[in-house]
Design a protein around this ligand. Structure first.
Ligand SMILES: *[C@@H]1O[C@H](CO)[C@@H](O)[C@H](O)[C@H]1NC(C)=O
Ligand SMILES: *[C@@H]1O[C@H](CO)[C@@H](O)[C@H](O)[C@H]1NC(C)=O
Ligand SMILES: *[C@@H]1O[C@H](CO)[C@@H](O)[C@H](O)[C@H]1NC(C)=O
Ligand SMILES: *[C@@H]1O[C@H](CO)[C@@H](O)[C@H](O)[C@H]1NC(C)=O
Length: 411
């Protein structure tokens, strides 16, 4: 441990112990934070004004947009580089001839698909599309499929800022840069980082780099979770003097570039990179990111079991030289020891399959798998997970509150 990391470890330990009376095992000692996955897509078409608004009304902590670029270089919020499944583009005859195969084989991005592509449409053309609710989820309302269109990233910021004002509570923004390799190829710049720079320019111009707190400074009140959810402010409440933000990407080179350019915390997203679940892997992450966001399977079975069962290949010698695979419990502890918070994805509506690998294998290395959403989130809270990417935040809030009450009654 370097002198610096020892210092920050001591600092975090003291800081946590003040708040640890709450009994939460998170790094900052307070309740896990709820991040609205694409707003609130359980109820509204994802990334629409309605979706973001609904997530604000559910009093969550961060509202998530995914960021792509239009053909004319405008930052827009939409989940995929393609449009076929979340807009009505397939029904619009004027765009029938835009459907095409697109293939990209990068270090962090692999695409091979026939569809309509966001980078083939100007902003004006995107504005003629409706955002629709995904089909295949009969319990999700389909009534809003003609109400919303694609938003620019700045329109998303306008919405979040207006919600913060109207609802008088601070919402964090947590944009994800989608496939920087693709967009930096399409819109060349002198440093090859035109996509990242565009995002940083907007965030700087709009004041997100001023007084940006470290991620472990809990923005939520430290008094009572129910007060926080119900917007009851303690007498000594002080409005934050910052606009809370974090930036995410699956592209670790983008994460490293962003970390070299801004004080906004960087969220390193990962789906299946085995080296990241070792002590040396966490050291590397800690050098540019303070929030690590794995796919949630590694919280329900040890990372090595998850990679073996899902046929993800890795070099055994390389893993050994990096300190070996961590168990789930050690993974959380070692991340926290390095000042890294964890923000796994995605925790779905209770009507949905939770998509956990542990549920599909009869394997002696899997000792337990949650049977329902309550067991799933309580396990995650027990582990001390710092953020959850959530859908149906109404349920997440209820579960977070009931967990908090159970803790209070235990202590
Ligand atoms: C596309 O058109 C069909 C037939 O009119 C209609 O049933 C469907 O709801 C439309 N889909 C979208 C996404 O607008
Ligand atoms: C891409 O998809 C097409 C159509 O499914 C297929 O023919 C082609 O082999 C794929 N290319 C690669 C590199 O996988
Ligand atoms: C991994 O490979 C085995 C053997 O080929 C197969 O039975 C199993 O379904 C695969 N697992 C996944 C998650 O694809
Ligand atoms: C799981 O595997 C064990 C041991 O191989 C076997 O006894 C058991 O019947 C299996 N359970 C299911 C549900 O397949």
């Amino acid at each position: 441990m370097s002198f610096f990391s020892l210092l920050s470890f001591l600092f975090i330990s003291c800081f946590s112990s003040i708040l640890a009376e709450r009994g939460w095992n998170t790094l900052h000692g307070g309740p896990s934070k709820i991040v609205g996955h694409r707003g609130e897509k359980a109820f509204m078409p994802e990334h629409s004004l309605g979706s973001y608004h609904q997530s604000g009304l559910e009093a969550i902590d961060y509202i998530e947009p995914d960021v792509c670029l239009s053909k004319d270089g405008v930052l827009v919020v939409i989940h995929n580089e393609w449009l076929g499944d979340t807009t009505n583009v397939a029904n619009l005859t004027q765009f029938a001839n835009r459907k095409r195969q697109y293939q990209f084989d990068g270090k962090f991005t692999q695409i091979n698909r026939t569809d309509w592509w966001v980078f083939d449409f100007t902003l004006a053309e995107l504005k003629t599309l409706n955002i629709i609710q995904a089909s295949g989820y009969p319990y999700r309302p389909q009534y809003y499929n003609t109400d919303f269109t694609v938003l620019t990233f700045e329109e998303y910021l306008d919405k979040v800022e207006s919600l913060s004002k109207v609802l008088d509570r601070e919402f964090g923004i947590i944009p994800e840069l989608k496939s920087p390799e693709v967009f930096n190829t399409l819109i060349p710049s002198t440093n090859g980082r035109g996509f990242e720079d565009k995002l940083l320019e907007v965030l700087e111009r709009r004041g997100y780099t001023v007084n940006q707190p470290s991620p472990i400074d809990a923005p939520m009140g430290t008094t009572s979770l129910i007060d926080w959810v119900l917007n009851i402010k303690p007498a000594d409440y002080k409005k934050p003097n910052y606009k809370l933000a974090a930036i995410q990407s699956f592209d670790q080179e983008t994460c490293q570039y962003l970390a070299s350019q801004t004080k906004i915390p960087i969220v390193a997203l990962d789906e299946n990179t085995p080296t990241m679940y070792t002590p040396a892997g966490l050291d590397k992450i800690a050098s540019y990111s303070k929030i690590f966001s794995p796919w949630k399977d590694v919280l329900f079975a040890d990372p090595q079991v998850v990679f073996d069962l899902s046929n993800v290949t890795y070099n055994k010698d390389e893993i050994a030289s990096m300190g070996g695979f961590l168990s789930t419990k050690d993974f959380v502890a070692e991340a926290h020891k390095r000042g890294i918070e964890l923000s796994p994805y995605t925790f779905y509506d209770s009507r949905q399959d939770n998509l956990l690998l542990c549920g599909s294998f009869n394997d002696s290395r899997i000792t337990w798998c949650p049977k329902n959403r309550k067991e799933e989130l309580f396990h995650v809270f027990d582990l001390g997970i710092d953020y959850i990417f959530s859908e149906n935040h109404f349920e997440s809030q209820m579960l977070r509150l009931s967990y908090d009450y159970e803790l209070a009654n235990k202590n």
